[in-house]
Design a protein around this ligand. Structure first.
Ligand SMILES: [Fe+2]
Length: 198
């Protein structure tokens, strides 16, 4: 287990979120910094935590899952889309450059490619874990405040988009019944919050 090596990489990726190299389109340097700083704390960190818990619980490849979680949105740091496809290639390159095992790097590449459950659905246990963790982290309420702060959509579009996202995350991206239960209350609360009328 190259735990120290993965810890070091996690620190490096965290640093990139705290000191982003490229300013986000139409954002000042300060806003870019705040955006990615919060992205790390509100999203990437919980995805890592949920992924590690599930890797343990479901007896999956812990290193692949941990690395997959750390790197799953790496292409978002440079605003490159589709971030699952671009990110999987980038992550593979980072891991090979840092001397990680080729087989491990291939697994991580697959995890990142499938984490959005769109063109490439997750198949392996490790892929299902990170996809689920990604969706679960979206149920932490600050996530939607973060979206609201930075969205370029008008208010109605944003609310409609959030509702679609909540449904898709809950119904299509969480592959384990236990974990679905864990976020069930938050799912209901967010839905109620976004649709509430007097
Ligand atoms: Fe994500």
């Amino acid at each position: 287990m190259s735990q120290q090596k993965i810890e070091k990489l996690e620190e490096e990726i965290k640093d990139l979120h705290y000191n982003p190299q490229i300013a986000k389109h139409s954002f000042s340097d300060q806003d870019t910094k705040e955006f990615y700083n919060n992205f790390w704390n509100i999203h990437i960190k919980p995805v890592i935590e949920y992924s590690k818990q599930m890797a343990e619980k479901y007896n999956a490849d812990k290193e692949a899952v941990w690395l997959g979680a750390i790197l799953h949105d790496i292409a978002r740091l440079t605003d490159e889309e589709p971030h699952d496809e671009v990110g999987s290639e980038k992550a593979y390159k980072i891991l090979m450059d840092k001397g990680f095992d080729k087989e491990l790097a291939e697994k991580v590449k697959g995890i990142i490619l499938t984490h959005r459950c769109r063109k490439y659905p997750p198949e392996t246990m490790e892929q299902k874990i990170v996809a689920s963790a990604d969706a679960m982290a979206h149920f932490l309420p600050p996530f939607y405040l973060w979206i609201g702060k930075y969205t370029s959509k008008n208010f109605e579009e944003m609310i409609a988009g959030n509702l679609r996202k909540i449904e898709r995350d809950y119904n299509e991206k969480i592959f384990f019944e236990d974990e679905k239960k864990m976020v069930e209350e938050q799912y209901k609360m967010l839905k109620n919050w976004l649709t509430y009328k007097i």
